[in-house]
Design a protein around this ligand. Structure first.
Ligand SMILES: [Zn+2]
Length: 121
């Protein structure tokens, strides 16, 4: 139904995911150099996002902020896959496209997010 919009966000989410993984590799200062990391990021964009076990190793010991971002990206990609992307997890309302553009991993509409933040912290 809203496939074109989901496609746009899927591409954006995969790019963010690839960039995040490339950055993590760089931070580790491992064998992968900057150019290789960039090539890797490009390669991953076209790959099936869920399958690489090598990634799982990389994720061990990720900084909390990075790992939270990655979890959010994966969750958003999963929602695209199962067709629930762009719907508020809490109330089921459609999240406005403008909000998704600003934050592709948004899981709640603005109202529910506000309520959550007031209660949570
Ligand atoms: Zn909501």
């Amino acid at each position: 139904m809203n496939a074109p919009i989901s496609d746009t966000f899927a591409r954006q989410l995969k790019e963010q995911r690839g960039a995040l993984l490339a950055r993590v590799r760089q931070q580790r200062g491992g064998a992968i150099g900057r150019a290789e990391a960039a090539a890797e990021a490009r390669r991953q964009e076209s790959d099936d996002w869920g399958k690489a076990t090598e990634e799982r190793d990389l994720l061990i010991g990720l900084e909390e902020r990075d790992s939270a971002e990655l979890v959010a990206l994966d969750a958003a990609l999963q929602r695209i896959a199962d067709g629930s992307y762009g719907l508020c997890l809490q109330c089921g309302a459609s999240i406005p496209a403008a909000r998704l553009h600003a934050q592709p991993t948004a899981e709640r509409c603005v109202g529910c997010q506000d309520a959550q933040e007031k209660h949570g912290h």
